[in-house]
Ligand binder design. Structure first.
Ligand code: ADP
Ligand code: MG
Length: 289
């Protein structure tokens, strides 16, 4: 990437809302290592009957290249909405998302999405599920197949290529979904509570595996969760969102070295987890006032 990029320059791909002030109106060019910039982002869903749901309110965030950012917030606060905006699936009402150093590349090219439920196609074998993005993006078949085999090996599913999703456990299905999201080698991995439906032990094991996938692939990761311990274990930085309309009300940097062990909780990360809980409780208590 070009270290001198500002949001007004070439080399920055934009997703902008109609009401956006446009490129160049945001803050001055920031950290050279920014990969994603979210500026002044608000989103209102509009129903056909004229009703509105104010989902996101003035979100500003920067994600550095290869950074692991976790977004934590109560149910319904707009986390999935924010992820869908980053994935280019919906446009914000106001504000911009910029991918720095990604001249003209589309969001579908840049991001891989791991949804909350694995959403595998039940009639396709594991290998064909992983290769699905290649079909959609019309990538050459053989290199995509080689890549799919490599990814299945990386996530510990070698030998399961020809199985059907129903023959796999929930944790294995979610690993297939991670492999599928990585197939087109996206630079940014967006994960929407990917382990929420799994039992606690599987969840921990997959968190550790995700950490090693992230360490070995060098992706920029944006990880949505409502689990404080998961966020603190996985992330370099945790963004805490308020109740709807979602705003970012706090941010914490987790200093622990990598690789982190699931059973080793440092005093610093314990303190961060306690502070996050306080922020969320304070925000929740506003509701009852
Ligand atoms: P979270 O992922 O944090 O649980 P969501 O982003 O899914 O929250 O939803 C935020 C708010 O927007 C919720 O009140 C939800 O009901 C509403 N919402 C989500 N999707 C739509 C939609 N397509 N149309 C209208 N409202 C929506
Ligand atoms: Mg959600």
């Amino acid at each position: 990437m070009s270290p001198q990029n500002s949001s007004a320059e070439a080399g920055v791909a934009h997703l902008a809302g109609d009401g956006s002030a446009g490129a160049g109106a945001g803050p001055a060019a920031g950290d050279a290592a920014d990969h994603v910039r979210i500026e002044g982002l608000s989103l209102r869903y509009r129903g056909r009957d004229g009703s509105q749901v104010h989902a996101l309110d003035h979100i500003d965030a920067r994600i550095k290249n290869r950074e692991f950012v976790a977004v934590l917030g109560p149910s319904g606060c707009g986390k999935s909405t924010l992820l869908r905006v980053l994935a280019g699936l919906i446009l914000p009402t106001v504000g911009t998302v910029s991918f720095v150093g990604e001249d003209g590349r589309s969001a579908s090219d840049l991001v891989g999405l791991v949804p909350q439920a694995a959403t595998l196609m039940p009639w396709l074998r594991v290998i064909d599920n992983v290769m699905l993005p290649a079909k959609i993006l019309k990538l050459p078949r053989q290199p995509a197949r080689d890549k799919a085999m490599e990814l299945l090996d990386m996530i510990g599913l070698k030998g399961f290529e020809r199985r059907y999703p129903r023959e796999l456990s929930g944790g294995m299905q979610q690993r297939v979904a991670i492999a599928r999201a990585l197939l087109h080698d996206p630079k940014i991995l967006l994960m929407d509570e990917p382990f929420a439906a799994l039992d606690a032990l599987t969840r921990e094991r997959l968190s550790v595996e995700l950490q090693s996938v992230w360490l070995s692939t060098g992706k920029t990761v944006f990880f949505v969760t409502h689990s404080i311990s998961e966020a603190v274990f996985l992330a370099d930085r945790v963004l805490v969102m308020s109740r709807r309309p979602g705003r970012i009300i706090a941010e914490f940097t987790v200093p622990d070295a990598r690789p982190r062990g699931i059973d080793h909780v440092s005093p610093e990360s314990e303190e961060i987890a306690a502070s996050i809980r306080t922020v969320l409780e304070r925000d929740a208590s506003q509701e009852w006032k």
